[in-house]
Design a protein around this ligand. Structure first.
Ligand code: GUN
Length: 308
């Protein structure tokens, strides 16, 4: 079997096209465009790439996007003050503080910054208020990556109700919200992680398998029930191309399309899974583009709720 590709990039384009007229209508009605503030602290190269894409795509859709870039030496108090200012700014509907924050800020810096964001402007869905609303299946703002995965499954016609879903990874950003979204759609959900005994056997029970571990090629065919839908959330930068090709062998080159300065972007799912799964998200071009599209959607949602 060669798995069907779940084309996240195409769906992301479609979502942006649908948003454009809605953003125009909002702008006409409110007398201003929806406003998104991006906060980028430090010089993590991947964060610069992601935030650059968020700014470009937001602007293309018709948002006002303000990028607040600060050096790695910025103090936590300065970032908190910036966020408080954005909370109070009536032209700003969405606030996103890109993580990771510089390590020098301390291990609980991200949590303290996220908790300072007004939940009504929390377009990442990271505040305790929005997480609590998700747990209770109430209206709120939902983390972009898992929300995008649900859109992708639904548009592909993947049945969620009554199915077995296994999410590998228990992060606040992906694993936990993903599990809740699947649960609310009536899947029987297992959250597996690095301490789960016999992980391949647990994963093999899944009709829908979500890999959000952060280890290149971790999910091999031994983890996959034939015909299962496999969602690869991994975005692993592997620095030595030779090692990667050696590890994954011939035939995996189509998974190595994204190369920059000798680094390669690889998912958590081994390319050989395409021979077992029924459907599979590619890396790149699967979950990644959807995350940004959902950020746009969340920003318009936040803007519309604030002016209604
Ligand atoms: N870093 C990696 N992914 C994300 C995300 O979805 N939101 C934020 N704020 N930072 C990230």
């Amino acid at each position: 079997m060669i798995a069907r590709t779940l084309d996240g990039a195409a769906l992301a384009r479609q979502i942006r096209e649908q948003l454009q007229p809605q953003v125009q209508a909002f702008t006409t009605q409110a007398g201003r465009p929806p406003g998104l503030a991006l906060v980028l602290v430090g010089d993590d190269p991947a964060s610069h790439v992601y935030v650059g894409s968020k700014k470009t795509q937001g602007t293309d859709v018709g948002f006002r996007v303000d990028l607040h870039q600060r050096p790695a030496t910025t103090s936590l108090d300065e970032v908190l003050a910036l966020v408080r200012g954005l909370n109070a700014d009536p032209a700003i509907d969405g606030i996103l503080v890109q993580s990771p924050l510089p390590a020098a800020m301390g291990s609980d810096a991200a949590r303290r910054v996220f908790e300072t964001i007004d939940p009504a402007k929390d377009v990442d869905g990271f505040t305790a208020e929005n997480v609590g609303r998700l747990v209770q299946n109430r209206e709120g703002l939902v983390a972009c990556t898992p929300a995008g995965i649900i859109e992708l499954l639904e548009q592909d016609g993947v049945t969620i109700a009554g199915k077995r879903a296994v999410v590998i990874g228990r992060s606040d950003i992906v694993g936990k919200p993903m599990s809740l979204l699947l649960l609310h759609r009536h899947a029987t959900v297992t959250i597996a992680h690095s301490k789960t005994p016999d992980l391949p056997a647990v994963a093999r029970e899944a009709d829908i398998l979500v890999a959000a571990i952060g280890r290149a090629g971790f999910v091999t065919p031994a983890f996959v029930k034939p015909g299962a839908t496999v969602v690869d959330v991994g975005m692993n930068r592997v620095s030595e191309e030779a090692d990667v090709v050696g590890f994954f062998g011939e035939g995996s080159k189509r998974h190595l399309a994204w190369q920059q300065r000798g680094s390669v972007l690889m998912g958590d799912v081994h390319p050989a899974v395409a021979d077992v799964a029924g459907a599979l998200t590619p890396v790149p071009g699967g979950v990644g583009p959807l995350t940004i599209a959902m950020l746009m959607k969340n920003t318009l949602t936040a803007a519309s709720r604030r002016v209604r």
